[in-house]
Design a binder for this molecule. Sequence first.
Ligand code: GAR
Length: 189
Amino acid sequence: MKKVAILISGSGSNMVTLAQSMTGDHPARPCVVLSNRPDAGGLDKARALGIPTVVVDHTDYKGDRATFDAAVMAALDPYAPDVVALAGFMRILTPEFIAHYAGKMLNIHPSLLPKYKGLHTHQRAIDAGDAEAGCTVHEVTAELDGGPILAQARVAIDAGDTADSLAAKILPLEHQIYPETLRAFIEKP
Ligand code: GAR
């Protein structure tokens, strides 16, 4: 059985759908949920699902990314994860961290990559006059939001859409493609 560590910063809705997908004949189980925010809503949801939780509070590291990332690695490695799934984890990772989990790390990003890396993706799609928006699951490499794309889902941007209304349309698609893609990633030969 493979083990999946899930990293969150917020409400953890993607984490919940990933965790709930890993039952029955699924080849993996969640081993730990780690948050960089002690108040992340997803922590209680993980506990309710019976998943061990860990907090590594980035504010304790005062901008020292290398030491923060080392602390995250030290917290994750006792769980020996086969896959690290970023699920709304809002920290930029160092090359050292990414190399440590090379070939094992996935991310979900709320845009149709390669468009709109970084933040405020839905507003940027609206401001650009795009006809559609969406979400992407990709492998994590040293380039921010730049690794190989594994899956995408798209929705039309309608007149009157706001960043919030687009997010509300796209989040259910995230919940669909991320569990599917995680399973395919783990099952690939
Ligand atoms: C999701 O929309 C995810 O795509 C996005 O944060 C949200 C987390 O929601 N991720 C990023 O923006 C990564 N740069 P959740 O905590 O409910 O899963």
